[in-house]
Design a protein around this ligand. Structure first.
Ligand code: ADQ
Length: 756
C-alpha cells in the first residue's frame, strides 16, 4: 500500500468508547537516514486516513515497523525520534533486525504470500529461512502489542504480513478482542493449498474474533480453504472452534472522499497546475492509469491493449493520450526489476513506433506523485483505466470517481479487482483480453453524455456514502459484536449430563418424546455399515422405552428405510426415520412416507462416477447407494489420506452442486450427497403432529447430522451429544455406552408404577 501524508495523531486522547490498538506492517511515519542524520517522514494512504480519526476519538496506539532496521553509532538520535513518535503521536515502532526484516518483508510476505494470494503461483518463491523470519517478525509484533495492551482494548491487525499474529496474541491474552482485516484478495481453494505453511497461516488467522475481507467472494474462498486444508466446516458468517466463534465478514474498504472532492479549490498550487494541464491537452482525450509498479496491476497488459487500440483504430491517433503513473515499489525483488524493464521497453516501443513529431501517445511517470498532482490528473482524465489482473479492492478506482462530482468521466475497471463487486456502473474489462479491452476503451471514449452521467453519478454517490470512516466504524462495531457473541457462546457450551437430573425430569413428565440416532449413539461404528446389526440389549432397550405408556420413541438414522425396517420393524410402537429425515414410518402404517417429493434421481448418474473415482484412489473405501443419497465411506482407508480426500471431494462437489438442491455433507468417515432438505430437523414437525405437547423431550446423537435436529428443538429439550467435538447440544456424554446406561435407567425408572 502506498503511504501518503495524513493529519497528525498528536493530541489523541482516550475519550469515550473502547481504546483501540492498530497493528500494521508500516506505521504512518517512516524513519529515513539522510546526510543530515535521521529524519521522520509522515506518510500514509487511505489506511492512515481511516485510523487517525478512530484513534483520535477512542485514544489508543498504532504499532508498526518504521521501515528501517536500526541505527549504528547514531542510534541515540534515532531513538530520540522514536521516543517522540511514542510520546506525541502514539505511534510505537517495532524493531526488526535486518535479517528478520529482509526475510519477513521481501521474502515470505512479498515473494511467497503476495503472489499466491493474487493467483500467481508461478511467481512463488519459498525459502524456509524466510518463513522463520516471518514467524519471528510476527512474534516481535506480538510482544510489542502485549506490551501496550490493556484489558478491554480492541486490537485491529492489518493484512497479510501479520497472519500469525491473531493466534499468537490469543495465546498470550486469551480474552483479548482481536480483529483482522485482509487488504489483498483471498485466493481460490485450488491455489491456496500450494502455499507452503498454509496450515499454520490459517490457524494463525483463526486466533481472531473477527476476520474481515474486501468482498464476499474472498470470504467464500477463505471458507473453501478452511475446508480443503484443515477439513473445517464453517457457516456463511462464522467458523465455530468449539469454545469460541470466529466471525467472517465482507467489509469493502473506502476512501476519505473530501481529500479528492475539494482539493483543487482549496489548494491554489494544485488548481494552477491543473489549469496548465487543461491547456496542454486541450483537444485531446486523456486516458489515465495510476498504479504501483506491481505485476498484479496489469501494466504491460494495458500497454499492449493501448498499442492494439492505436494500431486498429488509426482515427484515434493524435486524438488521445494515455498518462501512465507507476510508482516504484519492492525494488529489491527480481520480479519487480523484470517488470520495470518490460514496461520501459513497451513505453519506448509505443512512443517510438506510434508517436509523431506533434504527438507522444504515452506519458510515463515512474515516480510517486503528490496528492495535489494526482487529484489534478483525476480531474483531467476523460477515462480512468484500472486493469488489475487481481486486486483486493483498488483505491484508484474510488479516488477517480470521488474526483468527479459533476458526473464527468468514465471508469473502465478490471473485473478482477475487488472494486468491481461494488462498482457495477463502471465499464468492466478482462485485462487479459487485449482486443476487447481496446474495444471497451473505444466505447468509453465515445459514451453518450447521458449514459456517462448516469453511470458516474451513481458511482460517485456510492463512493461518498461508503467512505473509509464508515468502514472503520463498521469494523470496530462488528468486532465488539463478535466479542459479545463469544460470551453467549461460552454460556451455551454443553454441560456433562447428570443422570439424576434427567431421571427426575423423565419421572415428572407425562408425555415423553425420545428421538435417538443409531450409529455412534446406541452402537459403536464398525468398518462396514451392514455389520452394525443391533445387539439384543439395544433391541430390548428400544422395546422397553417404546412400549412405556406416555412415551413416543423415534429412531432417526442416516440408514436406508429397508435397513431400518429389517432390524427394527418388529418393535411395535417404534417410529422409524430413514435417510437423515427423508422418510418416516409410523408404528401404525404399513408403508414409508416421504417427507418431501422425491427429486428426480438422474443426478446420481453424474455424481456416481466421481465417487467411484474416489473409491479407485482409496483402497478400502466404497459407495453406498440409498434412495435419496449416495455415500462415500472411507472408514477403512488410511486415516490422514481419507480425511484429505474427503476434503477434496467435498470442495469439488460443492462447486458442482452449487445451483442444485443437493449438497455434499461430511459424516463420520463418510461424505454423503443428498438433498439439502433431507436433514434430521425436517421430521421433527411431523413427529409433533403424531405426538403433540410433549413435556419431556430427549434427542441424542453423535455427529453433524444430529446438529440439525438439536437446532430445531426448544431450549428446554434434553439435547445430548455423544462423544467429543463441537456441538450445539445442551449436554454431552462420553460415549454410546454411557448413553445406553442412561436410557436403561430411564427404562427401569418405574415411571409406569408412579403413573398408576
Ligand atoms: P495497493 O496494492 O497499494 O493496496 P491501491 O488500492 O490501488 O493498491 O492503493 C494504491 C494507493 O496508492 C492509492 O491511494 C493511489 O492513489 C496511490 N498511488 C498509486 N500510484 C501512485 C503514484 N504514482 N503516486 C502517488 N500515489 C500513488 C492494497 C491492496 C489493494 C487495496 C488497498 C486498500 O493491494 O487491493 O485496495 O490495499 O485496502
Amino acid at each position: 500500500m502506498i503511504l501518503r501524508p495524513v493529519p497528525s495523531l498528536k493530541g489523541s486522547k482516550p475519550t469515550t468508547g473502547t481504546r483501540i490498538i492498530v497493528v500494521s506492517n508500516r506505521l504512518p511515519l517512516t524513519l529515513q537516514k539522510t546526510e543530515q542524520g535521521w529524519k521522520s517522514a509522515r506518510s500514509s494512504g487511505g489506511l492512515a486516513s481511516a485510523m487517525s480519526p478512530l484513534l483520535e476519538k477512542t485514544g489508543g496506539d498504532w504499532i508498526g515497523w518504521a521501515g528501517d532496521s536500526g541505527g549504528g553509532e547514531d542510534n541515540e538520535e534515532r531513538q530520540t525520534i522514536l521516543a517522540e513518535w511514542a510520546e506525541n503521536e502514539h505511534c510505537f515502532a517495532v524493531n526488526l533486525p535486518p535479517d528478520v526484516a529482509a526475510g519477513f518483508y521481501e521474502g515470505f510476505a512479498n515473494q511467497t504470500l503476495w503472489p499466491v494470494f493474487h493467483n500467481f503461483p508461478s511467481q512463488l518463491k519459498f525459502d524456509a529461512k524466510d518463513w522463520q523470519a516471518y514467524v519471528e517478525a510476527n512474534r516481535i509484533f506480538c510482544d510489542a502489542v502485549v506490551n501496550r495492551y490493556r484489558p478491554n482494548d480492541l486490537i485491529w491487525v492489518h493484512d497479510y504480513h501479520l497472519m500469525l499474529l491473531p493466534q499468537m496474541l490469543r495465546e498470550k491474552s486469551p480474552d483479548a478482542a482481536i480483529g483482522f482485516f485482509l487488504h489483498i484478495p483471498f485466493p481460490s481453494s485450488e491455489i491456496f493449498p500450494v502455499l507452503p505453511r498454509r496450515e499454520e497461516l490459517l490457524e494463525g488467522l483463526l486466533g481472531a474474533d473477527l476476520l474481515a475481507f474486501q468482498t464476499h467472494g474472498h470470504v467464500q474462498q477463505f471458507r473453501a480453504a478452511l475446508l480443503r486444508v484443515l477439513g473445517m466446516e464453517s457457516k456463511i458468517a462464522e467458523v465455530s472452534l468449539g469454545s469460541r466463534p470466529v466471525r467472517l465478514e465482507a467489509l469493502p474498504i473506502g476512501i476519505a472522499p473530501e481529500e479528492y472532492t475539494s482539493l483543487l479549490t482549496t489548494n491554489e498550487k494544485a488548481g494552477q497546475q491543473y489549469g496548465e494541464w487543461v491547456e496542454r491537452y486541450r483537444g485531446r482525450k486523456v486516458l489515465l492509469a495510476v498504479d504501483r509498479l506491481d505485476y498484479t496491476k496489469g501494466i504491460p497488459e494495458r500497454l499492449r491493449a493501448y498499442a492494439y487500440l492505436l494500431r486498429s483504430s488509426p482515427e484515434l491517433k493524435e486524438e488521445i493520450i494515455l498518462i501512465q503513473v507507476a510508482v516504484p515499489t519492492r525494488e529489491g525483488i527480481d520480479t519487480y526489476q523484470d517488470l520495470r524493464t518490460e514496461v520501459n521497453r513497451l513505453v519506448g516501443e509505443i512512443n517510438g513506433q506510434l508517436g509523431t513529431p506533434e504527438w507522444t501517445p504515452l506519458v510515463y511517470i515512474n515516480r510517486s506523485i503528490e496528492r495535489s498532482e494526482l487529484v489534478g490528473l483525476y480531474k483531467l482524465a476523460d477515462v480512468c483505466w484500472v486493469g488489475s489482473l487481481r486486486d483486493g479492492m483498488n483505491l484508484v478506482a474510488k479516488e477517480y470517481v470521488a474526483s468527479k462530482p459533476n458526473g464527468d468521466g468514465v471508469l473502465v475497471l478490471s473485473e478482477f479487482a475487488g472494486a468491481a463487486a461494488e462498482m457495477g456502473e463502471a465499464l468492466l474489462i478482462n485485462p487479459y483480453d487485449e482486443e476487447r479491452t481496446a474495444a471497451t476503451i473505444k466505447r468509453a471514449l465515445s459514451l453518450d453524455e447521458q449514459e456517462r452521467r448516469l453511470r458516474m453519478t451513481a458511482l460517485h454517490n456510492r463512493v461518498l456514502r461508503n467512505d473509509v470512516f464508515h468502514w472503520g466504524e463498521r469494523f470496530l462495531a462488528s468486532l465488539e459484536d463478535a466479542v459479545s457473541e463469544r460470551g453467549r457462546y461460552i454460556d451455551t457450551q454443553p454441560q456433562r449430563l447428570r443422570v439424576s437430573d434427567i431421571r427426575d425430569a423423565y419421572l415428572q413428565a407425562r408425555r415423553r418424546l425420545l428421538i435417538l440416532d443409531y450409529d455412534g449413539t446406541l452402537v459403536p461404528f464398525v468398518k462396514r455399515p451392514q455389520l452394525a446389526v443391533p445387539p439384543p440389549t439395544v433391541l430390548e432397550l428400544l422395546k422397553a422405552l417404546a412400549s412405556e405408556s406416555g412415551n413416543c420413541v423415534a429412531l432417526m438414522s442416516g440408514r436406508s428405510a429397508q435397513n431400518l425396517e429389517r432390524w427394527f420393524g418388529n418393535i411395535l410402537q417404534l417410529y422409524l426415520v430413514a435417510e437423515h429425515g427423508a422418510e418416516l414410518k409410523t408404528p401404525s402404517a404399513s408403508t414409508w412416507e416421504s417427507l418431501r417429493p422425491q427429486p428426480p434421481s438422474d443426478w446420481k448418474a453424474t455424481v456416481m462416477p466421481i465417487l467411484e473415482h474416489f473409491v479407485d484412489r482409496t483402497p478400502g473405501s466404497f459407495v453406498e447407494a440409498k434412495k435419496y443419497a449416495l455415500v462415500w465411506h472411507y472408514r477403512m482407508a488410511e486415516p490422514e489420506f481419507g480425511e484429505w480426500l474427503a476434503n477434496e471431494l467435498v470442495s469439488m462437489l460443492e462447486a458442482m452442486l452449487a445451483e442444485t438442491e443437493l449438497r455434499a455433507f461430511r459424516g463420520e468417515k463418510s461424505v454423503e450427497v443428498r438433498p439439502v432438505w433431507a436433514n434430521k430437523g425436517e421430521p421433527f414437525k411431523r413427529l409433533l403432529k403424531e405426538f403433540s405437547d410433549p413435556d419431556f423431550l430427549l434427542a441424542a446423537g453423535d455427529d453433524r447430522t444430529d446438529e440439525d435436529l438439536f437446532e430445531r428443538l426448544p431450549a428446554d429439550a434434553w439435547t445430548v451429544h455423544v462423544g467429543a467435538g463441537p456441538t450445539r447440544a445442551s449436554y454431552v456424554v462420553t460415549d454410546f455406552q454411557f448413553l445406553r446406561r442412561v436410557l436403561e435407567l430411564l427404562a427401569n425408572s418405574g415411571v409406569s408404577q408412579r403413573a398408576s
